[in-house]
Design a binder for this molecule. Structure first.
Ligand SMILES: N[C@@H](CCC(=O)N[C@@H](CS)C(=O)NCC(=O)O)C(=O)O
Length: 200
C-alpha cells in the first residue's frame, strides 16, 4: 500500500505513526494535493492528504477512516480496542486531536492572509478552542502514562501529532508550562522510534 502525504500535515503524521507502530509495510510518498500533477488530487475526490492507496488501487481517505482500517491489519499492537466502549473512548480522543489540528490549520491559513484581510475573531475563536481542548486533555490525563488503558493507543498517537503541529505552527504557545503533565507524557511518546522516524 502507498500513503500519500506531506511532512507538515498533522493528519498525515497520525496515520504514519499508526503504520509505523504496527510495522505495516508501506511506501510513503510525499505528494501535495495542490502541486501540478499531484497523485492525491487524482485519487482522492477531496484532493487531500492523507490518502491511502491499497494494492488494488482502492483509495482510502480521511484520516479517521484510514486509522480504523489500518488497525484491523494486525494485532501488534492493537491501537483501537475491540471492546465497544473502550473503542469509543479512543476514537473520541482522536476526534479531539483532529479538532485541535482543524483549529490550528484555520489559524495558520488566516495568518498567511495579508494583514489587512485577517479577522481577529478567527484567531480568537480557534485559539480558544485549542486552549480548551488542551486543558481538557491535560486534566483527563492526570498522572497517567497513557490517555486510555495500560498501553499506547491511537489516542496517544493522535494527540502527539496535534501537539507537534502546534509546536511547528504556534511555537509561541507555551502549552508545556500550562500543562506540565502533558509535557512529561509528550516527551515519552516523542522519544518513540515511530515519532522520531516522522521527524526526518
Ligand atoms: N479531515 C481530513 C483533513 C485532511 C486535510 O485537511 N489535509 C490537508 C493537509 S493538512 C490537505 O490535504 N489540504 C488540501 C491541500 O493542501 O491542498 C483528515 O482527517 O484526513
Amino acid at each position: 500500500m502507498k500513503l500519500l502525504g506531506t511532512n507538515t500535515s498533522p493528519y498525515v503524521r497520525k496515520v504514519r505513526l499508526v503504520l509505523l507502530e504496527k510495522q505495516i509495510p508501506h511506501e510513503y510518498i510525499v505528494d501535495a494535493p495542490r502541486d501540478p500533477g499531484s497523485l492525491s488530487a487524482r485519487v482522492n475526490p477531496l484532493a487531500r492528504v492523507p490518502a491511502l492507496i491499497l494494492d488494488d488501487d482502492f483509495c482510502v481517505f480521511d484520516s479517521p477512516v484510514i486509522t480504523d482500517y489500518v488497525d484491523t491489519l494486525n494485532d501488534t499492537p492493537i491501537l483501537i480496542p475491540h471492546d465497544p466502549f473502550a473503542r469509543l473512548r479512543v476514537k473520541r480522543w482522536e476526534a479531539l486531536a483532529d479538532g485541535i489540528m482543524d483549529a490550528a490549520v484555520i489559524v495558520q491559513v488566516e495568518r498567511l492572509r495579508a494583514t489587512e484581510h485577517q479577522h481577529p475573531g478567527v484567531f480568537k475563536v480557534h485559539n480558544r478552542t485549542i486552549s480548551h481542548a488542551l486543558e481538557y486533555a491535560a486534566q483527563a490525563l492526570g498522572e497517567n502514562s497513557w490517555f486510555e488503558g495500560a498501553a499506547i493507543s491511537l489516542a496517544d498517537l493522535s494527540l502527539v501529532s496535534a501537539l507537534l503541529y502546534l509546536d511547528l505552527r504556534q511555537p509561541e504557545r507555551d502549552w508545556r508550562t500550562a500543562h506540565p503533565n502533558l509535557a512529561i507524557w509528550f516527551e515519552r511518546v516523542h522519544a518513540r522510534p515511530s515519532v522520531q522516524a516522522t521527524l526526518i
